[in-house]
Design a binder for this molecule. Structure first.
Ligand code: SAM
Length: 282
């Protein structure tokens, strides 16, 4: 008997298509070669599929999170840009980030002593380590400590502990909704050291401008320095994606920090030019 497909997977003329329901009037379909992994966790439906144009993709509840083809763009930009601003980040917290791509990028810095990665869903980490090596690099670095818990609960218990906190969340629906709330940003501020900084993905400047503005205004209430930057990620709605930094002390990126790091997207020029915003974002 054929396995029942979730509503976002359909067969058309013998081909399998994954359709991401972006919004009422926008749906994006990817032609799929094969379903590699499919399990339900208590939090979401976790799937890894092999697609024609983006190779392997992590899909949570029907939403594409990262792919072998363009995952490096997002993961490098959310990691190396804040690392270039903090002169001496040694202890880092990642909230979310189950595909392990952010932790993989951070492990390129020998000076980092410890990374706590707090992911609510252990199944995402297992699936990506095994079936999405282009993104996860099958991460195994003794400096990374995995905690499978709610990021909100974890960060609320910390005080002045981290140099850098990276919020690598999924969209603000389901388990990640709380990762966009004001009280969560307040806990992050408390968990950072006196010269610490945080960065989060703040969604599409085109389709989610209200989330982006709200993130910027919530972070501005807490930090003297707030900076937004962008990157183009083809599998995210609209392509253009925003990131928001809140910093207690450090302001300027130092491109030298990127020297001799092996990257595919970010380079010394982009470390500073990513802060040049299009007119409508200003
Ligand atoms: N780069 C991707 C993007 O922007 O779409 C998202 C990366 S990662 C897959 C997001 C992770 O956040 C998911 O694995 C999800 O399980 C995790 N997550 C969602 N809510 C969470 C929470 N409350 N605490 C910790 N992790 C959470």
């Amino acid at each position: 008997m054929e396995q029942k497909l979730p509503i976002y997977l359909t067969k058309r003329d013998g081909d399998l298509w994954l359709t991401e329901d972006e919004r009422d009037n926008l749906k994006v379909s990817y032609r799929i070669k094969e379903i590699i992994y499919h399990q339900s966790s208590p939090f979401q439906e976790v799937m890894i599929v092999d697609s024609y144009d983006f190779d392997r993709m992590l899909v949570l509840d029907g939403i594409v999170q990262t792919t072998s083809m363009d995952g490096h763009i997002y993961n490098e930009m959310i990691s190396h840009v804040p690392m270039s601003i903090h002169p001496n980040a040694k202890k880092i917290l990642i909230i979310g980030g189950g595909d392990c791509g952010v932790a993989k990028e951070l492990c390129k810095y020998e000076d980092i002593e410890h990374i706590d990665m707090v992911e609510i869903d252990e199944l995402v980490v297992q699936a990506c380590r095994e079936h999405l090596p282009a993104v996860s690099g099958r991460l195994a670095d003794s400096r990374v400590s995995f905690v499978f818990d709610d990021g909100v609960k974890f960060v609320a218990s910390k005080q002045a502990e981290y140099d850098l906190i990276i919020v690598d969340s999924s969209d603000p629906i389901g388990p990640a909704e709380v990762l966009f709330e004001k009280s969560f940003y307040q806990s992050i501020h408390k968990a950072l050291k006196g010269d610490g900084l945080m960065v989060c993905q703040s969604q599409s400047p085109i389709f989610h401008s209200e989330v982006m503005k709200q993130t910027s205004s919530r972070i501005s209430e807490l930090y003297p320095i707030v900076k937004q930057y962008t990157a183009v990620v083809p599998t995210y709605p609209g392509g253009l994606w925003s990131f928001t930094i809140g910093s207690k002390q450090y302001n300027n990126p130092n491109p030298q920090k990127l020297k001799e790091k092996e990257t595919k997207y970010v380079n010394e020029g982009l470390i500073t030019s990513c802060f040049l915003l299009p007119q409508f974002m200003k």
